[in-house]
Write a protein that binds this ligand. Structure first.
Ligand SMILES: [Fe+2]
Ligand SMILES: [Fe+2]
Ligand SMILES: [Fe+2]
Length: 401
């Protein structure tokens, strides 16, 4: 039965306690656990980081909310710690990166499929094809620099092949802004979607900005710089879907509801029992936050939370493969570009369009995403395995002569 957001009160804020030992738990296994366990940990770390980010920005803007924000924010910080420390120490930055892109593909696909507003759904499909291409570019780097097969981590849930080529994803900032949903009329699910995907993309951007300079390989350093720029575009795009006319408290309420929704989705799919216990606990914590903010909404804003929140949670985000959907979108929409908030076929962009000028200038000394993947086709066991196979058959042929 769907969870009733008004009946379920969760755990009150004052009972949300941690110890250092409790915070640092047994990590998942990078190869033995399901790939979606990794993507869920990456997603929830991003959602918590955004909970923290939003509460800091709001504290700069509101004297009245400041103490309330400080109280809830401390819990968010410790939640983020517990979630992020579920990542295993033997998972390299590049391996975690593959997890980020797989997450972006599969969660955005699920959101695109369930999004009730056609324009918003189009936006998710548009962005999804770009992250799909990033998975391919990083896979090429992984195969060529680390000599490993990315599919050991992807576990055959997602295709590893080009999407909308990253080199053509670079757009003028004004072509990344979208039309926001209307907070008075939008389906609550549209709001939860926009908050979720914006948070995930923000974390992706921040992660690439931190780990990019840690690579020694010059192509890797450039690759992260190029893809981080697209993630900034994605944050701009998805962030602009949220209605700027919502009050701070309304945004806060939606954010807590989004956290509830995401933990509840993770719980519905989790296969690792240790990780599942964390999702259950934090679902209860988030319900505690939600009810804390519902009270503020009633007392400070004199509004009914039922104006903003759905009564029960929508169907969970689907942590599963969406290969057929992604392939179909790829075949039909790969050539879309944006012109302001609208999507048009590439052939409809007039020569000299600001995004073409912007992109040509950035790519004028080459594109690292093109360099890293030149001639790359994913194959099981890496490119070298294919080479070894060919060598083997040549030698075999000689022996037979
Ligand atoms: Fe949280
Ligand atoms: Fe992205
Ligand atoms: Fe929260």
């Amino acid at each position: 039965m769907a969870l009733d957001l008004f009946q379920e009160k969760g755990i009150p804020l004052e009972k949300q306690l941690f110890t250092w030992k409790d915070l640092v738990r047994r990590p998942y296994s990078k190869l033995d656990d399901d790939a979606f366990t990794r993507t869920r940990v990456i997603l929830m770390n991003g959602i918590e980081a955004d909970a923290l980010r939003m509460k800091h920005i709001f504290a700069r803007l509101s004297r009245e909310l400041r103490p309330h924000l400080a109280l809830v924010r401390r819990a968010e910080h410790h939640q983020q710690t517990m979630v992020n420390w579920l990542n295993p120490p033997d998972q390299s930055a590049l391996e975690t990166t593959l997890g980020f892109e797989q997450l972006a593909i599969e969660v955005t696909a699920s959101v695109a499929i369930h999004e009730p507003d056609p324009y918003l759904a189009q936006t998710y499909r548009f962005g999804m094809l770009e992250d799909f291409d990033h998975l391919y570019r990083y896979s090429a780097l992984y195969d060529r620099v680390e000599g490993k097969d990315p599919n050991n981590l992807i576990q055959s849930y997602s295709d590893i092949r080009p999407g909308r080529p990253t080199a053509v994803e670079h757009r003028h900032p004004l072509d990344d802004l979208r039309r926001p949903y209307d907070h008075k009329t939008a389906d609550p699910l549209s709001k939860l979607h926009a908050v979720t995907i914006t948070a995930a993309e923000f974390m992706t951007h921040d992660y690439y900005m931190v780990v990019g300079p840690q690579f020694a390989d010059p192509v890797a350093r450039q690759l992260y710089a190029e893809i981080a720029s697209i993630e900034e575009q994605h944050v701009t795009q998805y962030g602009s879907l949220c209605d700027p006319d919502e009050s701070l408290l309304e945004k806060w309420l939606l954010h807590e509801a989004t956290e509830v929704y995401n933990y509840s989705s993770c719980l519905a799919y989790e296969t690792n029992p240790y990780v599942k216990a964390v999702w259950q606990r934090f679902l209860d914590y988030e319900l505690g936050h939600l009810h804390y903010v519902m009270e503020l909404f009633k007392n400070l804003e004199r509004r009914d939370p039922a104006e903003v929140l759905p009564r029960t949670l929508p169907e969970p985000i689907a942590f599963k493969e969406h290969r057929e959907f992604v392939r179909k979108v790829l075949s039909q929409e790969v050539d879309l570009r944006s012109n302001g908030p609208d999507y048009v076929d590439a052939s409809r962009l007039p020569p000299g369009h600001r995004s073409l000028v912007y992109r040509d200038q950035l790519n004028s000394e080459g594109s690292p995403t093109e360099t890293v993947a030149a001639g790359y086709h994913w194959r099981p066991g890496t490119e070298l395995a294919a080479k070894a196979e060919r060598m083997g058959s040549v030698l075999e042929g000689r022996r037979l002569q």
